[in-house]
Design a protein around this ligand. Structure first.
Ligand code: IMP
Ligand code: MG
Length: 190
C-alpha cells in the first residue's frame, strides 16, 4: 500500500496563502496582461488556484522539462514540451512547483531571457533554499522550507512516481532512496 503522507500544509493554509499571493502578483503586474507559464506537471493544481486569485486578464502557457543528473550534480536540462509562448516583450510569470537545487529554474530563466521578455518573475509553490546548488531566487514562494528535509513532499500537484497529485494538502512521505532501485543517474520531471 502507498504510504500515507504526514500533513505539512493544510488545505486551508494553502488556500489562504494562494489568495494572498494572487493579490500581490496582481499589484506587481497591475495594468498588464501577464503570460503565466506553468512548469508541468507539478504546477497543475497550484496554477489552477493561483490564476483564479490574480485579478488580471492573463494568458496561460505550459512547459515541460526533463533533467538528467549524476549524483545530483552535473545536469542536462531539456524542454520536452512547450506551448507557443510569446515571450518577446511580454510580462512573464513562471510558475514552478519546487525550487530545490535550482538547476531546472536556472536553465529556464536563461532560456526565457534570451527571448527578451519585458519582465520575468518566478513564483514557486515551495522554495527549498537549503538545497541550492545554483543561486536563484523566486520573486514569490507560497511556502519556504529553509532546512534540508528528510521527507519528500507530495500532494497539491506534487507527485512521487505520479502518485499523490490529487491530495488537497501538502504532506511528506519517507524520502525515496537507492532502495527503490534508483541509480545515481536520475531523470527528473515535475
Ligand atoms: P531542481 O530545483 O532542479 O533540483 O528541481 C526541482 C524539481 O525536483 C521540482 O520541480 C520537483 O519536480 C522535483 N522535486 C524536488 N524535491 C521534491 C519533493 O520533495 N517532492 C516532489 N518533487 C520534488
Ligand atoms: Mg515530480
Amino acid at each position: 500500500m502507498k504510504e500515507k503522507p504526514a500533513v505539512l500544509f493544510t488545505e486551508d493554509e494553502i488556500q489562504k496563502r494562494v489568495r494572498g499571493l494572487g493579490a500581490e502578483i496582481g499589484r506587481e503586474f497591475a495594468g498588464r496582461a501577464p503570460c503565466v507559464v506553468g512548469l508541468m506537471k507539478g504546477c497543475l493544481v497550484f496554477m489552477a488556484d493561483l490564476i483564479r486569485a490574480i485579478p488580471l486578464d492573463l494568458s496561460c502557457h505550459f512547459l515541460r522539462v526533463r533533467s538528467l543528473r549524476e549524483d545530483g550534480a552535473a545536469a542536462k536540462v531539456d524542454i520536452v514540451y512547450s506551448t507557443e509562448v510569446p515571450y518577446e516583450g511580454q510580462d512573464i510569470l513562471l510558475l514552478d512547483d519546487i525550487i530545490d537545487t535550482g538547476i531546472t529554474l536556472k536553465f529556464l530563466l536563461d532560456h526565457i531571457q534570451e527571448r527578451r521578455p519585458r519582465a520575468l518573475r518566478v513564483c514557486t509553490l515551495i522554495d527549498k533554499p537549503g538545497e541550492r546548488k545554483i543561486d536563484v531566487h523566486p520573486a514569490w514562494a507560497a511556502f519556504t522550507i529553509p532546512e534540508p528535509t528528510k521527507g519528500f513532499l507530495v500532494g497539491y500537484g506534487l507527485d512521487y512516481d505520479e502518485h499523490y497529485r490529487g491530495l488537497p494538502y501538502i504532506g511528506t512521505i519517507s524520502r525515496p532512496g537507492p532502495a527503490d532501485g534508483r541509480r545515481s543517474t536520475l531523470s527528473r520531471e515535475s
